[in-house]
Unconditional design. Structure first.
Length: 128
């Protein structure tokens, strides 16, 4: 049965992004893998993903400020991946709906397990 959830992956490391994509596709998630930040902004606005996974170095990526504004408005679930410390994630994610963070190196299957558990929990709350 096809999963109806759409996930946007923003990951500059092609190998990591592909690994996440393949693991999520095994669970029948629809994956968006934008080529640019403009593409990511368009996907968020128009395709309405259900969750975003992003590896964004906040010290280098000023474009993330534009996406943060979108994410705060619509409160999309968000997973940080990368090299941020827990305290940096806490500071930078103020106002965002962060459901998890993973430091590199991490196992893609752990990220997928978190996502599946998150959506199952949401589904069970809706059916109460």
């Amino acid at each position: 049965m096809k999963n109806d959830k759409k996930i946007l992956i923003i990951e500059p490391d092609g190998v990591v992004g592909l690994d996440l994509k393949l693991e999520l596709e095994k669970e029948d998630f629809s994956i968006y893998n934008p080529n640019s930040i403009t593409d990511a902004e368009f996907i968020i606005s128009n395709d309405k993903p259900d969750l975003i996974i992003a590896n964004i170095d906040i010290k280098k990526e000023t474009f993330f400020e534009k996406i943060k504004i979108q994410l705060k408005k619509i409160q999309l679930p968000f997973i940080w991946i990368g090299t941020l410390t827990k305290s940096e994630v806490a500071i930078e994610s103020e106002g965002l709906n962060v459901i998890g963070s993973f430091s590199k190196p991490f196992h893609s299957k752990s990220v997928v397990a978190l996502i599946i558990n998150y959506f199952n929990k949401i589904k069970s709350l809706i059916h109460l």
